[in-house]
Design a binder for this molecule. Structure first.
Ligand code: HAM
Length: 433
């Protein structure tokens, strides 16, 4: 029989056998967010299209080519979020969170949607973990945020990811820079790709981001933004570097990092891995001091980053970092006969009330098949119930790994649990651990 539907190109299923890896990483990410004082924000998966047009920027690839935009039955244009920053900023403004005392620190786990050509590390639906800080203009905030990202990689044991930073200044510095870039790239109108030709007028900085080898080569000798920074922006960038050095965070300044989204100002940064191929940026972020005004709010100096979780897991895999499989405390109660099955049904519920895992047969298998299933699911302990056990009110509790066993009472639920918790059957993990 042919399946009537398949997963959509560029999307992935995270299967039960792999989800522990995601949970492991997510736990470390939220722990790190907690120690840095961030609280979670959750925003809708779709937003009004104009939020991204204005927020991310009309001239970006994301808005021009990659958004999943649709019209509702009511005729409104909505878009599946291509990233998390714009939605979080919208929520902050809409709920007046800036009145709660600044800075506000929010983190999120989101799915994002971009209609890009799928390849290793590039999907159409992907997951991001992001951290955003609102209401902090001092360069020490940039350094602190970068430290947060760095400590995530450190805690995951990823020491081969390098940090590249740049400053793209404020709109004032960029006016002169755009002029210089236009002059420079205008010499190459015969060779630049079609997309870059259209970027030349509106947003020449995007040319620095072009993946075409020809444009890349031309861009190598382009004027550098760092030579066009105004005094304030230059000082800001220098201080960020000083703080990073003081915090022992290694970095290189890479003037070609301009980021693909329009909201950035001043500091931009990327964490890059050499181990996962072309899609090597695991984390990207920076300052976006103008975004709140762009969205109709008061000016609010802000900054943040997002880590792509698929890429993060790819790097962990490439670097041979083994994610520990969670220890199971599962008790499997195999039962034969109606009375035994009913007893098993009662006992598993009692066990679960204590917070321990317990399962029994719910598909009517024979004893042998039940034990096979118990092995398959990695049950740590087992009990077999038959007529004898029911009659005597006792059963054998067995550690499936070590083979150690002990007798437990099954007549009284409280005594059963007492016996269970007292049983020290394990050579590794005991029930009470
Ligand atoms: P971004 O650089 O577009 O920035 O994305 C951040 C990260 O998401 C990338 O470094 C990458 O790991 C992952 N990513 C992006 N596109 C894909 C894709 N198609 N497939 C798989 N992973 C992908 C942002 O989204 C900004 N909102 C980051 C930010 C937060 N800036 C300030 N605050």
């Amino acid at each position: 029989m042919a399946l009537i539907a398949k997963k959509i190109k560029g999307t992935e299923d995270i299967l039960p056998r792999d989800s522990y890896k995601w949970q492991f990483v997510e736990k470390i990410l939220s722990d790190e967010a907690r120690v840095y004082g961030f609280s979670e924000i959750r925003t809708p998966v779709f937003e009004q299209t104009k939020l991204f047009q204005r927020g991310v920027g009309e001239g970006t690839d994301v808005v021009q080519k990659e958004m999943y935009t649709f019209e509702t039955k009511g005729g409104e244009s909505l878009t599946l979020r291509p990233e998390g920053t714009a939605g979080a900023a919208r929520a902050l403004l809409e709920h007046g969170l800036y009145n709660d005392g600044l800075p506000i620190k929010a983190h999120y786990f989101t799915t994002c949607y971009r209609y890009e050509k799928p390849q290793a590390g590039r999907q159409r639906e992907f997951h991001q973990f992001g951290m955003e800080v609102y209401g902090a203009s001092d360069p020490i905030a940039d350094a602190e945020l970068i430290c947060a990202a760095k400590s995530i990689f450190d805690r995951l044991g990823l020491f081969n990811i390098h940090l590249e930073i740049n400053s793209i200044g404020c709109p004032e510095c960029r006016k002169n820079y755009h002029k210089a870039l236009k002059e420079y790239f205008s010499q190459y109108t015969d060779t630049l790709c079609g997309t870059c030709l259209s970027r030349l007028e509106k947003n020449p900085m995007r040319i620095l981001d072009c993946k075409s080898p020809v444009c890349k080569e031309i861009a190598q000798n382009a004027p550098k933004i760092t030579d066009f920074l105004c005094e304030d922006c230059d000082n800001h960038f220098k201080k960020v570097q000083q703080y990073l050095t003081a915090a022992d965070v290694a970095f290189t300044v890479n003037s070609s990092i301009v980021r693909g989204l329009d909201y950035y100002t001043n500091t931009v940064f990327e964490f890059i891995s050499d181990n996962i191929g072309a899609q090597s940026t695991v984390c990207g972020g920076g300052r976006y001091n103008g975004l709140m005004e762009e969205l109709g709010g008061q000016p609010l100096a802000s900054l943040g980053f997002a880590i792509g979780l698929e890429r993060l897991l790819m790097v962990m895999d490439a670097e041979g970092i083994e994610i520990p499989k969670p220890e199971t405390d599962m008790l499997y109660i195999a039962a034969l006969g109606d009375k035994a099955q009913l007893k098993a049904f009662e006992l598993v519920r009692t066990v679960r009330e204590t917070g321990l895992g317990a399962q029994f047969d719910i598909v009517g298998r024979g004893l042998k098949a039940q034990m096979k299933y118990a092995n398959k699911i990695g049950a740590k302990y087992s009990i077999v119930l038959g007529d004898n056990e029911i009659e005597e009110g006792k059963a054998i509790l067995k550690n499936m790994e070590s083979g150690n066993q002990t007798e437990v009472s099954i007549d009284d639920a409280n005594i059963f649990i007492e016996n269970l918790l007292a049983a020290d059957l394990s050579d590794a993990v005991s029930f009470t651990e």
